[in-house]
Write a protein that binds this ligand. Structure first.
Ligand code: CU
Length: 229
């Protein structure tokens, strides 16, 4: 055989090999997902929401697309009108797909929730904590927050005597404990009387951490709040 035919034969060999491989893949691929000839119903997206749904909330199998990027969150479940009154389970330890909301104040370790002070009777969209001589209260609107919508963050600052703190600079740092997210650090504007306001878009469902970064003179404060949406 001359060089030319060897090259030609090798070429054909490779082509046949690739062809067989492609064919194999073609047959294998559909079986791993769904049977191509199965009736349409069988192909219907099975949302595997490993979730103990509250009886009242309809188990909505949601927006099927893109299971590769989106976590299996059974979303858009209507918000409970009344939030659980206790600190139990609010925000912490909830599996994806469990009830939205659950705003809690978090300690700086990012793990310990700070229960609302006894008798404070805060609305569900509010949480509060004291860092040194500052009491920081946050209120989220709408509540529970809605993904892909802009949320409003109202921060109220008081000193330990209950007097409004009007001379602070506040910015927020919104992160997700579970993953890296593009930075979202809106500044808050002082509306007067120790009430500051910022807004930012919730770019994703899941557990969010809101850090309120407060500068007052030479003093710096950080207060964390977690919320599910
Ligand atoms: Cu995220």
């Amino acid at each position: 055989m001359d060089k030319k035919s060897i090259v030609l034969l090798t070429g054909i060999g490779v082509a046949v090999f690739v062809g067989v491989l492609a064919l194999g893949l073609l047959f294998l691929a559909p079986t791993s997902n769904a049977k191509p000839n199965a009736p349409a119903q069988a192909v219907a997206p099975k949302i595997v929401a490993t979730q103990v749904a509250p009886v009242s909330a309809p188990t909505v199998a949601v927006n099927a697309p893109a299971p590769t990027t989106a976590p299996a969150v059974a979303a858009n479940a209507p918000a409970p009108t009344t939030a659980p009154s206790g600190g139990m389970g609010r925000g912490r330890g909830m599996a994806p797909g469990q009830e939205p909301g659950g705003l809690v104040a978090m300690a700086a370790d990012g793990k310990t929730t700070i229960p609302a002070p006894a008798g404070s009777n805060l609305a569900a969209n509010m949480a509060t904590q004291t860092v040194r001589d500052l009491n920081i209260t946050i209120a989220l609107t709408p509540y529970p927050p809605v993904s892909f919508q802009t949320g409003t963050f109202d921060v109220t600052l008081k000193d330990t005597a209950g007097k409004a703190v009007t001379d602070a600079q506040i910015s927020l740092d919104l992160t997700m404990p579970g993953m890296w997210m593009p930075p979202s650090k809106p500044d808050a504007k002082h509306l007067g009387d120790g009430k500051y306001q910022a807004s930012a878009r919730w770019t994703m469902r899941g557990l969010w951490r809101i850090e309120t970064i407060i500068t007052r003179g030479s003093q710096k404060y950080s207060a964390f709040f977690d919320v599910w949406l």
